[in-house]
Design a protein around this ligand. Structure first.
Ligand code: FES
Ligand code: FES
Length: 162
């Protein structure tokens, strides 16, 4: 990464576009996108579990593609649009994957759920009628200690019909 001039405060001015809104922030150069979302932006739907790219709990979209937000620094995002679980619904209307997760009881503690929903919604964006193997592949990086995987697959198959 290029050297970043942090000035006397140690903070870097950045502009982040999240869920259609632009935020001007001063951040430490070491802060991740996940920490920035949950901290200064109060978007706590994005979860941090392993904080090392191993569980996918922190999945958000970067220009429509799912990424682990704990593995990218906030200042690396630049002008690219970030979408979080809070930006997936249209007002009070849930995204069809969110609704299907509710309908199919695809969550228990819910800690993995926002990340899982983001990956499943991204799958439907690029493949309208996924089969079970497609869904397994899409969620293969997600660790759910509660074992909701069969319900998640049923939910995504259902969401694809909506
Ligand atoms: S918290 Fe980011 S991958 Fe686990
Ligand atoms: S619902 Fe508890 S970790 Fe997935």
């Amino acid at each position: 990464m290029a050297n970043v001039n942090t000035g006397e405060t140690g903070l870097v001015p950045i502009s982040l576009s999240v869920n259609g809104q632009t935020h001007c922030l001063q951040v430490e150069s070491r802060i991740t996108l996940a920490e920035t979302l949950r901290g200064p932006l109060h978007l706590t739907g994005t979860k941090i579990a392993c904080n090392r790219g191993a569980c996918s709990a922190c999945t958000v979209w970067l220009v429509g593609l799912p990424i682990a937000s704990c593995m990218i620094l906030a200042l690396e995002v630049g002008e690219r649009e970030v979408t979080t679980i809070e930006g997936l619904a249209s007002g009070d209307v849930l995204h069809r994957v969110q609704q299907a997760f509710i309908d199919h009881d695809a969550m228990q503690c819910g800690f993995c759920t926002p990340g899982m929903v983001m990956s499943c919604a991204a799958l439907l964006e690029c493949k309208a009628n996924p089969d079970e193997d497609d869904i397994r592949e899409a969620i293969s990086g997600h660790i759910c200690r509660c074992g909701t995987y069969p319900h998640v697959i049923a939910a995504v198959l259902d969401a694809a019909t909506k």
